[in-house]
Design a protein around this ligand. Structure first.
Ligand code: SF4
Length: 368
């Protein structure tokens, strides 16, 4: 049974977390020669400080290229966490959003973890304040607490399990088979998708990703009619009306693999458009079409790009390495308490390698 019993709608009034503030902090685009200069500077600093760049698929293409050219990685949040933990470098530069830097620090407390801009956050993290979440958990002590990676260290400290979108289905299914009832936070769309796929008893927090929440089923249906041969790839943080039209539902890595492995020549992609950079590099012959968002009337900028991911830039990588800014610190005992739920997930994935191998394939409802 799926219920929504807790509705968190407060928005931080300080301005520090609003999307307008985030867009205002996105650096101006650089000219080609400036990009080359900043990239060379950042590469030299990574080498000088024996640092490695761990980047998410949603950040600027230059940062993704820099990570790969300097021995770092471009990945989803699960792989970013594993890569940072296992890499020999004692300095990790995490290009993504704050919870990703925190996860790296939780897993590697002895390492220095830097971020290009510490204001880069996430609407899911902002929408799940630790104190409110603790009260929600206190009210439901009979439930196993499962939180999405997109949460603060303090929220993870209260959880039994952390999951990412690539392993959430397998882990909740595992808990259901053990007869456990789940308290899920914070993304309501991902939670609903997991609940529908597994049939698990899940009590939901009511959070959403401001980027994926803006994809629209009606507009997607119209776009599919224009491109009848295109396969539809959807991240499960999207609304049900969008997920229902998907040929593949999965994490960023799983959607990328679908582009590489499926026979189709064209794909409609419903996730942050930052991923198109890597998709184009790895599948240059394929046609990639951005799924439609709600347009100008939307509550966010509605351009299928995360404003906090967009704050990451080459200049930020240079600044954090040159000046030591943007260091992530996670206090004890929060860090060691949060480590438990992340380790539980990593152990599960290590013991069940198929848990992340396959995306969800849902019945395509066809062009109606
Ligand atoms: S794309 Fe959505 S889930 Fe990802 S960091 Fe941005 S707001 Fe959070």
């Amino acid at each position: 049974m799926s219920q929504v019993l807790f509705d968190y709608t407060k928005q931080d009034a300080s301005g520090a977390s609003c999307t307008a503030h985030a867009w205002a902090k996105v650096p101006e685009p650089l000219s080609p020669s400036q990009r080359a200069d900043w990239k060379a500077r950042a590469a030299a600093l990574l080498k000088k400080h024996n640092a490695v760049l761990v980047a998410h698929y949603y950040v600027d293409g230059d940062l993704q290229d820099l990570a790969l050219e300097t021995g770092g990685c471009v990945a989803d949040s699960l792989e970013m966490a594993r890569f940072g933990r296992d890499h020999a470098s004692q300095t990790l530069v995490v290009a993504g959003v704050r919870f990703m830097g925190e996860s790296a620090k939780i897993l590697s407390p002895e390492k220095r973890v830097l971020m290009p801009d510490l204001d880069a956050t996430c609407s899911l993290d902002l929408g799940c304040p630790p104190d409110d979440f603790a009260r929600f958990c206190d009210a439901h002590p009979d439930r196993t607490v499962v939180v999405y990676a997109n949460t603060s260290a303090a929220v993870k400290a209260r959880a039994d399990w952390m999951v990412t979108s690539s392993c959430a289905l397998a882990i909740v299914n595992h808990l259901k088979e053990q007869g456990q009832k789940v308290l899920w936070a914070p993304d309501r769309h991902l939670g609903r998708y997991i609940q529908e796929q597994t049939g698990a008893d899940m009590l939901m927090w009511n959070g959403a990703c401001i980027v994926h929440d803006e994809f629209r089923g009606l507009e997607l249906d119209l776009l599919r009619k224009e491109h009848p041969g295109a396969k539809v790839l959807v991240h499960p943080e999207s609304p049900r009306s969008v997920v229902e039209q998907a040929d593949v539902v999965g994490s960023t890595s799983q959607l990328l693999n679908a582009v590489l492995k499926m026979d189709a020549q064209s794909f409609i992609v419903a996730t942050d458009n930052g991923i198109l950079h890597r998709m184009r590099q790895l599948a240059p012959g394929k046609t990639l079409i951005e799924a439609p968002t709600a347009g100008n009337s939307a509550t966010c900028k509605s351009c299928a790009h995360c404003p906090w991911m967009a704050m990451n830039a080459l200049q930020g990588v240079v600044a954090c390495l040159e000046q030591g800014t943007g260091e992530i610190l996670v206090d004890e005992p929060i860090r060691s308490q949060a480590l438990g739920c992340i380790d539980r997930m990593l152990d599960f994935v290590a013991r069940n390698p198929n848990a992340t191998a396959k995306p969800g394939f849902v019945k395509n409802i066809g062009a109606a």
